[in-house]
Design a protein around this ligand. Structure first.
Ligand SMILES: *[C@@H]1O[C@H](CO)[C@@H](O)[C@H](O)[C@H]1NC(C)=O
Ligand SMILES: *[C@@H]1O[C@H](CO)[C@@H](O)[C@H](O)[C@H]1NC(C)=O
Ligand SMILES: *[C@@H]1O[C@H](CO)[C@@H](O)[C@H](O)[C@H]1NC(C)=O
Ligand SMILES: *[C@@H]1O[C@H](CO)[C@@H](O)[C@H](O)[C@H]1NC(C)=O
Length: 231
């Protein structure tokens, strides 16, 4: 821009041997200098106008790109803020330690935390609270062991959302000393919904440092526009 203005203001002596107006090759150089400001047809002015247009175009483009960048940054920040993932195990005991059996259904409190991104899992209550609406994935594996072959093994669990069973899993027999069952579900949750694993009455699960009992969940994608009805 500045270069063009300078060019326009250059004295006639250094203006060169030709007019910048393609339609006028005869204009004297001094006249040409004046024409630059008087006439629309002046090549230099045309060029200046073109440059101006280009600058406006670039300004618009830069502004547009800046807007896009800001939108992307906001979306990314939003995504980061709503990250939620947890993975926990029953305990971290050296010796096989059992939870249950109890006379009533009990929330399983997983004490060993591998990951609790976003802090949605409460290690004191065993309850996971959805930070926002969206589609979530949950996986539960329960394991139990009895020391005596004649003892009945009862490995059972149910995944509950707001106190209602979403999915259950059970394995009761007296044929072996170890058993394990798994639940994997994908469910829609609203912000504030609570998910927990329940140990049904009479069942028991056991674990040690090998972490045979795990409870894992994560937000697959947030969706603030959908209201999810009870599973
Ligand atoms: C382009 O933007 C710059 C800086 O914001 C400003 O100084 C200039 O006048 C703008 N040019 C045009 C042609 O809009
Ligand atoms: C773990 O088991 C070993 C051997 O069975 C025993 O000596 C030890 O006291 C137990 N530790 C605990 C914390 O129960
Ligand atoms: C298991 O029960 C059977 C039959 O009741 C009995 O013969 C066996 O000794 C028992 N085994 C153990 C380890 O208690
Ligand atoms: C946990 O218990 C199982 C079964 O008793 C055993 O095989 C395993 O070695 C134990 N794991 C650890 C880390 O002690």
């Amino acid at each position: 821009m500045r270069a063009i203005i300078l060019l326009c203001l250059l004295p006639a002596a250094v203006w060169g041997m030709f007019s910048w107006d393609p339609k006028d090759h005869t204009t004297p150089r001094a006249d040409h200098y004046l024409k630059c400001y008087d006439q629309e047809s002046c090549g230099c002015c045309l060029m200046e106008r073109q440059m101006n247009r280009m600058e406006m175009y670039f300004n618009k483009s830069v502004y547009h790109m800046h807007e896009l960048l800001m939108k992307s940054k906001t979306a990314l920040m939003n995504m980061r803020a709503s990250r939620s993932a947890f993975s926990v195990a029953l305990n971290n005991a050296n010796n096989m330690t059992c939870f249950g059996p109890f006379a009533e259904n009990m929330v399983i409190i997983y004490e060993h935390v591998f990951l609790n991104l976003g802090g949605g899992y409460n290690v004191n209550t065993g309850i996971y609270t959805a930070p926002r609406s969206g589609f979530y994935s949950f996986a539960v594996t329960v394991y139990s062991k009895v020391s005596d072959v004649n003892q009945t093994i009862a490995v059972c669990a149910s995944l509950q959302k707001n106190g209602m069973v979403v999915s259950g899993s059970t394995e009761k027999n007296n044929e072996d000393q170890e058993d394990s069952t798994t639940i994997v579900v994908g469910i829609g949750l609203n912000a504030g919904d609570e998910v927990a694993v329940i140990l049904p009455a009479g069942c028991f699960i056991c674990d040690n440092k090998s972490h045979y009992n795990t409870f894992t969940g994560f937000l697959l994608y947030a969706d603030d526009h959908t209201h999810y009805t009870t599973a």
